[in-house]
Design a protein around this ligand. Structure first.
Ligand SMILES: Cc1cc2nc3c(=O)[nH]c(=O)nc-3n(C[C@H](O)[C@H](O)[C@H](O)COP(=O)(O)O)c2cc1C
Length: 244
């Protein structure tokens, strides 16, 4: 395992000067505020949207999720798009909101190939912030039909079992394809140092497996379907003929 701390996407990083090399970065943050870094294009074959369910400054859910980002960015075919929840001003259901950031939030999830949802365990369930995010993904939801991988972190030693079960149930309800192998991280406050390095190699491997599991599933079940459709429509290879 690398001893380099993983890059943790934070809103403050958005204020750094951005040279061309940063624009080429495989991790592109999408935040709601119009002053932030908003540009992203679908240049990669697979786009993974991630949502961190904690908006607490210095939260541990984000530290665990940073390992997943790190693992995803090892794959050149994958673009990672972390959606920074606290910046989208997502409304409570039925309340009015600025439609522009909300639309961008929804569109990002809609066009994603797969989604990682990371949640803290709050009061025996997943966070309210994440539930509000899901409420804002439409009814019917743009999560419908999406492969979704789940990661949960908790201060307690039984881990984030309850939050993951609840989150799995809600995601299944809105029609997501929830991948098996939910990853629950217990005693998370003992796991990471201030720079976000994980002190437990075994647990780090499990957290990183969220990325591997999702990309492997997409390659096996989604990419082959897309390629097959393209072949049938004659879009792959000049000689391809649509079947009669
Ligand atoms: C409102 C609230 C409720 C919490 N409830 C639980 C809980 O039920 N079980 C648990 O193990 N930890 C609980 N915790 C601790 C979190 O799991 C802990 O803060 C952990 O670091 C994940 O949250 P974070 O990503 O915001 O850091 C709670 C924390 C807060 C702020």
């Amino acid at each position: 395992m690398s001893r380099e701390p993983p890059r943790i996407p934070t809103a403050s990083r958005l204020t750094e000067p951005r040279g061309p090399e940063k624009i080429q970065s495989e991790v592109r943050l999408l935040e709601g505020s119009s002053s932030g870094f908003r540009t992203w294009e679908r240049t990669m074959a697979i786009t993974i949207v991630t949502i961190c369910g904690s908006v607490r400054p210095g939260n541990f859910t984000g530290k665990a999720l940073a390992l997943v980002h790190d693992e995803l960015t090892k794959r050149p075919e994958v673009e990672v798009l972390p959606l920074i929840l606290g910046t989208f001003q997502l409304p409570l259901p039925g309340q009015s909101a600025d439609p522009e950031p909300l639309e961008r939030f929804r569109a990002a999830v809609k066009s994603a190939t797969g989604v990682v949802l990371a949640t803290p365990e709050y009061h025996g369930s997943f966070s309210g912030a994440l539930k509000i995010a899901i409420e804002n993904l439409g009814f019917p939801s743009v999560l419908s039909g999406k492969p979704v991988a789940l990661l949960g972190v908790a201060a307690g030693e039984i881990g984030a079992i309850k939050s993951l079960e609840h989150l799995r149930s809600v995601c299944a309800h809105v029609g997501s394809i929830v991948l098996p192998g939910l990853v629950s991280v217990p005693r998370v406050q003992e796991l990471f140092d201030a720079e976000g390095r994980c002190g437990d190699a075994r647990m780090e491997k499990r957290i990183r497996s969220v990325a591997t599991m999702l990309v492997d599933y997409i390659k096996g079940a989604v990419c082959s379907r897309i390629e097959l459709e393209a072949m049938i429509r004659g879009k792959v290879g000049a000689a391809a003929e649509p079947p009669v």
